[in-house]
Design a protein around this ligand. Sequence first.
Ligand SMILES: *Cc1c(COP(=O)(O)O)cnc(C)c1O
Length: 435
Amino acid sequence: MHHFHYTGQKLHCESVDLAAVARLHGTPTYVYSARTIEDNYRRLAASLTGLDLQICYAMKANSNLAVLRLFANLGAAFDLVSGGELKRVTAAGGSTARSVFAGVGKTEAEIRLALETGVFGFHVESEPELARINHVAGQLGRKAPIAIRVNPDVDAKTHAKITTGKSDNKFGIPLKVAAAAYEAAAKYPHLEIKGVQMHIGSQLTSAEPFVEAVQKVIPFVEQLKQAYGISYFSVGGGIGIVYQDALASGDAAWWSARPEGERPLTPEAYGAALKPLLAPLGLKILLEPGRFLVGNAGVLLTRVEYLKRGSNKNFLVVDAAMNDLVRPAMYEAYHELVPLLRDSARPALKADIVGPICESGDCFAKDRTLQTVGEGEFVAFMSAGAYGYTMASRYNTRAMAAEVLVSGSRFELVNARENFDAMLAGEKIPGFLKT
Ligand SMILES: *Cc1c(COP(=O)(O)O)cnc(C)c1O
């Protein structure tokens, strides 16, 4: 559920008319709904009440400072994957001491920064990484809290580029050899074994792969509890969202109209499936949701530049491009496209939705049917709150988009559109080229 809906003909985010945002701040612009994020967070937390729960928002999904502060205010910690993200948590006023540091390629400098700042745990992905963390912690005269990421070898049945729990991808240590990795960790003087971690993939739309993975890992978790007295088990993130029927899924009625078996994963179903497995462990349980918390809480506003009618194909050219929202080009992802001004009297239009970038891959959708829209009108890509702005680039010397946060009837620019001088700030022409 989310708070994007039509009031009369106009698409609103909470009580804000999105066309007003587009006119004031231009396009392309990401708009996030604070209330949707809050609802998602509270629903997920409520679905696992009774557990000693620590939600570490996977900030790579959306790391805007205002969004991070919103999460910090809700009591969330963070799942971070770089030194830059660590600094963002601090800048947003979040707690690094309750946050976890993940990723396969942590550098010495990042490890040092995390030890100096203080994190809840390093989520370790290899034996060489154990050695490196131990080394840096030794230099600082500290003990580094660690958990090893185990790979349960289950198929999350999601897109190949976002599955992580199979034995043939780069993440984690296979369950079969994880015991040896813990034995190695226990021998390092500057490591403190605190927990165990897993994360099987992203955009999962049923609870089964989670259940299968947790069941597979639980005997090992029990073993670690006995052997090392671990205090936490992180089950990762990965809860999916609705992309296809994104606008309609804002409404509770859309969910209740679906029979149980055809309903995409809800936080309630996720909690109901996992709680009975996790509760008996008596450990702190960490969740690392990213997409679920912010994905349906954001849209990307864009303006129609041209409607190019062809003999056998139409092209709707918008001012957003693959540099702003790369998911369709990168994962063949679907994003619903809706007009900011709905007019049922207009005929339907079938068109490819494309951006201005000089690449055939700069295509948001093929043969999409929507209400006819013309030059200068605004449309919105739904479900763009996760892996949207954070994956954006400056390809074609296009500036990073603006970001706006809505709360009730208020909205504020929380990231200004990048200007040309800022884009060029680090570049220079060397002396030897100047004549
Ligand atoms: C990306 C990632 C997440 C978040 O995944 P979502 O699908 O966005 O929930 C959580 N944990 C780890 C280790 C990740 O790499």
